[in-house]
Design a protein around this ligand. Sequence first.
Ligand SMILES: Cc1cc2nc3c(=O)[nH]c(=O)nc-3n(C[C@H](O)[C@H](O)[C@H](O)COP(=O)(O)OP(=O)(O)OC[C@H]3O[C@@H](n4cnc5c(N)ncnc54)[C@H](O)[C@@H]3O)c2cc1C
Length: 434
Amino acid sequence: MTSNTPNIDEAGVTDHLTDVAVVGSGLAGMVAAVDAARAGAAVTLIEARTAVGGRARSERHDGFVVNQGAHALYRTGAALPILADLGVRWTGRRPRVLGSGWLAGGRRSSMARLAPIGGTRGLAALVRAATSGREVERSRGRNMADWLAEQPERARPALWALIRTATYQADMDGSDAHAILTQFRRGARGVYYLDGGWQTLVDGLAKVVDAEGVRRLEAKASAVRPVDGRWAVDVPGGSVVASSVVLATGGPTDAERLLGDLSPTVSRWARVAEPVKASTLEVLLSAKPKRRPGAYAVDEPVYNVDAAATCRVAPDGGALVHCLFYEPDRHPDLDPRARMEAALDVWQPGWRDRVVDVVERKRMVVAHDRPRLAPAADLPSVVVPDLDGVFLAGDAITTHGLLADAAVSSGREAGRAAARHCAVRPQPDRATTG
Ligand SMILES: Cc1cc2nc3c(=O)[nH]c(=O)nc-3n(C[C@H](O)[C@H](O)[C@H](O)COP(=O)(O)OP(=O)(O)OC[C@H]3O[C@@H](n4cnc5c(N)ncnc54)[C@H](O)[C@@H]3O)c2cc1C
């Protein structure tokens, strides 16, 4: 394979030739870059921002480590073993989900009052039934909204709240019940909140990227186009020419922005994708709140959880409450910030007196697509069938799981496929690389 040799062309711009160009260095792009490099390819990783990590990055505020919304690593998801295989280390603990509280009608509620399902024990039985291998299998090919409508009426509000937390979806209509229940099953088997936030994963992956000799380029790619049987990724002042390209910039819409109309398939994926979004408030408190760890609302798409009750993300004695409002675009009648604050007023009275800072994020893309009931050809995949040597990675690839599991797992497949693709191509004429 080729070496990453920089070249100054006649116009004075920096071009270089590589085997694999990976665009985007979130979790998906970094995993793709490492796996392509481990397969023997020369890799250039192009990132528009100064910092790598994308949506998995955390920020530091007054001694707190703040993820971009509550971030849980699924114990039985695809990401965990891949990160371990790459040598990314982390520590963390599992939150007590069933110890959380419930809100209904703008008031605190108990499981018993909320629905006669036998309290926490009854709830655990419901979750077991919904996530049993038989039930998950039985749900194949079904619309999740229909599945939910068939559950006993008394169980629906709590099930909806729990499934929403595992998928970030507040609207299940048109979603593949098998994928949703599989994710719910993963949630029921436990998640980890990470000490030091998800920045730990980002830093760990960045270290492996460097150790594998991946060349990092801080530049915003503006287009990807074919050139002499290869792919040119245009960046300010030049282009990176590669035998294969991994687009890990988010979802199919971002990929289409780079490809223009080169791929009717990617354009179709971009048209039919239905991103999952959330508005969030990160509430940094100087003292532990009254009640821990968090609360589910059952009649509006709201949840809050004190991550500091589980992992090290706040200074001693402090708390970091993640508040979520799921799918704001599907609830245009509700004011997300007002609803999140109202839920906190009920669950954590007095929180306003202890605020160190509040970080608000509106309509964040949690996942660039949801697991839709659609023909396979309408679901984004790693291989772009009409572009030889172009691969996609990210959380839109729901056939790899949901959320970061999809990003990491599709990143692995894309990186390996991109390396395989350039290994079977004729090698470029090194004389042109200067
Ligand atoms: C509020 C919220 C809560 C979440 N909770 C969870 C959770 O509990 N569990 C879970 O598993 N997942 C969760 N997620 C999802 C998880 O964060 C994402 O699935 C994952 O981080 C996506 O990684 P990615 O690499 O695919 O995309 P991104 O992180 O979006 O990375 C894309 C990268 O590409 C770069 N880029 C874009 N365009 C260009 C360009 N033209 N040129 C160069 N670079 C470019 C961007 O700057 C970015 O760094 C949550 C997300 C949000 C927003």
